[in-house]
Design a protein around this ligand. Sequence first.
Ligand code: CP
Ligand code: NVA
Length: 310
Amino acid sequence: MQKDLTSIKNLTTKDIQGFLDLAKNIKSNPKKYSTKLFGKTLGLIFEKPSNRTRVSFEVGMFQLGGTTIYLDSQHIQIGKRETTHDIALTLSRYLSGIVVRTFSQSTIEELAKFATIPVINGLSDFSHPCQALADIFTVKEKFKKFQGITLSYVGDGNNVCNSLMFACSKVGLNIRIACPEGFCPDKLVLRDAKAQALKNKCEVVLLDDPRDAIKDADIIYTDVWTSMGQEEETERRKIAFRDFQVNSKLISYAKPKCLIMHCLPAHRGEEITDEVIDSSNSVVFDQAENRLHIQKAILLSLLSAKNRRD
Ligand code: CP
Ligand code: NVA
């Protein structure tokens, strides 16, 4: 097992399976784990807003017997007040782990490189591994298997999409992606995921028509058209993504029992309509809840590994 969770790309299928199995046990018997991280402190640095990630890490750490410190990013100022190197080495002398949400993936990689404690990616512009792990955990709960199941991602080829491609291809879950021209996922991620999919007997397909992507899908997944930090592009994106809204008309092309997923926060009326996100097929709040369980599994696995700081 790696020291850090910076990207799902760095996890093996076995690592992922370990997180999923542990999360299942934690979810069914949380009390058994209530003192496992006693005496440990998790630092949280968020350079972008958060509801789910921050709250689920804080509650998760508390439920495992540990504690958290929210480090105001305006005070820490990664790379500005002092170098990322010096921050990593200093925090390693106090904390047992760090969760970081930042713009650039390279900031997370650099922190992880110099820190002697685990660094967990709480979202970057490139990836959102904790989200994708919670998502495949949710898929496994609903379908009891990955093989033969198809998740169709409709919308922006963004951080969430990249992590889903890594996660799905490593566990054998088919992923079909429909994005408008100019908003496709990272080419290297696509190449890597296709190679993984070959090994794990599933497929990664990129399309430009959402109707083709959702035909025969078991799950339709979408995310915001404008991610945090892209607010200036909102109007341009609304036009580009016009035909990619997950609405009743679009889902009429899907199987009637097709599940609806969204990482949240949702921009209701843009990428998804109220009637779809609030429908009985929607599992978006199960996904949100599962952030807690999977992250407790991640914390337990990384922070209690031998030679980690108490
Ligand atoms: N899905 C997710 O990461 O939500 P937050 O941005 O609220 O943390
Ligand atoms: N793609 C979104 C995900 C939010 C959890 C963003 O980066 O804003």
